[in-house]
Design a protein around this ligand. Structure first.
Ligand code: ADP
Ligand code: MG
Length: 447
């Protein structure tokens, strides 16, 4: 099998899977997977590190393998292998080995696609883009920190990583560290448990020139980590190192965040990203299609861009769905196909399915009240309906796992994920159960 064939196949596999898992989940764990070697019996796929390998093997291997077998019509096995072949996937510049295992495994990796060249400019992101470029050109000299905020799926992570790519391209020896707020926090907790805090702190002081922290809203309510982060911030800032932060809201609006941290976050420049206007949405779609080597007809561009307006990630997943559908039917992408393929996504908006309605419908079906359904109680008679409600939120709305978590009493992203997986498994095994879930879904779509 030629390597370009296997790459193409793998990218189709990822496109299919992309529509079935949460986008953050996909971006973090699955998107960086790449084919190292392929035969008719086996695909050897590279992962960044052991942590990724364990996670993907546990939660995604089966699904990936199924889709791979479906796409190729062959009984192909999937084997993961930690691969250091692609330096770009490693976010720590050239001194990765200097970092502790906690920090190294915390970094989820860069996407090679998140560069300035692939970011479409528009009025909604102009200021954030200009600031990011200025910072990338002269780290530490312009705005420090740069704080980028905006709703989910609007390009914050893309810009943050674009800064990293640019800086590394200018200077191979630049030491940069990209972490999410959550990763940083976990690394900190581990270091505290192992009594290696001194070492943990020391790493930042002289080993980082550019500190990229994604989703700092995660620090909300985590007091001790905030204090630690405050010190890290000060040490780096004091040494003239560039810091860039992103968040889903502006510093002043992050709840349960210490005043002094809020004030630090506001020291430099705060730039927001808003949902893109129609022209920008069309340009983004055009660009993405062009990169994959095809053009979309005008009416399709209009249809998708008009109906999907708040989130670029969703635009992308619509495109992936269109490609897949066109592939399966072996016909070109036209308006008729687009309407059919995107029916569920676009109709769910029109019918205005929201978590409140889902909770109400599921609660009344199981004769529970809505409070019980979103409570922390662990009786099985409540947890199953609760998981169904979560599943329906995921399927019928555009909510992210995190947003679903907050609607269900502040549960975290991985709890929600495992609840969804439980429902999916049970639906596969028990057709009565699946029928019940489908009935509830139809009920919601009708109203
Ligand atoms: P956020 O971090 O704000 O939730 P991401 O940076 O992950 O959003 O962006 C979601 C997806 O949308 C990514 O695949 C990204 O490449 C794409 N994207 C967002 N904004 C743009 C843009 N202006 N041009 C091109 N792609 C974009
Ligand atoms: Mg992000």
């Amino acid at each position: 099998m030629s390597s370009s064939d296997s790459k193409k196949t793998w990218s189709t596999v990822l496109d299919v899977v992309r529509n079935r898992v949460d986008q953050d989940e996909f971006d973090t764990w699955l998107k960086p997977l790449h084919v190292l070697e392929a035969t008719d019996q086996e695909y050897r796929v590279g992962v960044q590190n052991q942590k990724v390998q364990d996670y993907v093997a546990e939660y995604h291997q089966q699904r990936l393998e199924e889709v791979l077998q479906f796409v190729t019509s062959r009984n192909i096995r999937l084997v993961f292998q930690v691969s250091s072949g692609n330096r770009e996937l490693f976010p720590l510049g050239n001194d990765r080995q200097d970092f502790s295992e906690e920090i190294r495994s915390a970094s989820p990796g860069f996407s090679p696609e998140y560069r300035f060249e692939t970011f479409v400019e528009g009025p909604s992101n102009q200021m954030a883009l200009a600031a990011a470029r200025a910072v990338a050109e002269r780290p530490g000299a312009n705005y420090n920190p740069l704080f980028i905020y905006g709703g989910t799926g609007l390009g914050k992570t893309h810009l943050l990583q674009a800064i990293g790519h640019y800086v590394l391209a200018q200077n191979q020896a630049a030491k940069l560290l990209y972490v999410t707020g959550e990763d940083w926090l976990n690394a900190y907790i581990k270091a505290a448990q192992k009594h290696t805090l001194e070492y943990f702190r020391g790493q930042f002081r002289d080993k980082v020139d550019l500190f990229l922290v994604d989703d700092v809203q995660f620090f909300s309510g985590k007091e001790r980590s905030q204090i630690e982060f405050f010190h890290t911030f000060n040490a780096l800032h004091g040494a003239g190192k560039q810091i860039v932060l992103t968040s889903d809201r502006m510093p002043a609006e992050i709840p349960l965040l210490e005043e002094r941290l809020k004030s630090r976050f506001q020291w430099g420049l705060i730039a927001d990203i808003k949902p893109p206007m129609l022209e920008t949405r069309i340009a983004i779609l055009k660009n993405k299609a062009m990169k994959k080597g095809y053009e979309l007809p005008h009416d399709v561009l209009d249809y998708v861009a008009t109906n999907i307006s708040m989130n670029v990630r969703e635009l992308e997943s619509c495109l992936a769905r269109l490609e897949l559908e066109a592939n399966i039917r072996a016909c070109p992408i036209d308006l008729k196909l687009a309407k059919e393929a995107l029916k569920t996504i676009i109709r769910s908006r029109a019918t205005n399915v929201n978590p409140e309605r889902i909770l109400a419908v599921v609660a009344s079906f199981y004769r529970l009240n809505v409070e019980e359904l979103s409570s922390q109680r662990r009786l099985k008679s409540i947890t199953t309906p609760r998981h169904i409600a979560m599943y329906l939120c995921r399927k019928l709305t555009t909510m992210s796992l995190q947003e679903i978590g907050s609607s269900f009493g502040g549960r975290n992203h991985s709890t929600i994920l495992s609840s969804l997986q439980k429902i999916e498994r049970q639906m596969k095994m028990d057709s009565d159960f699946a029928a019940t879930v489908h009935d509830l879904e139809r009920k919601l779509m009708k109203q």
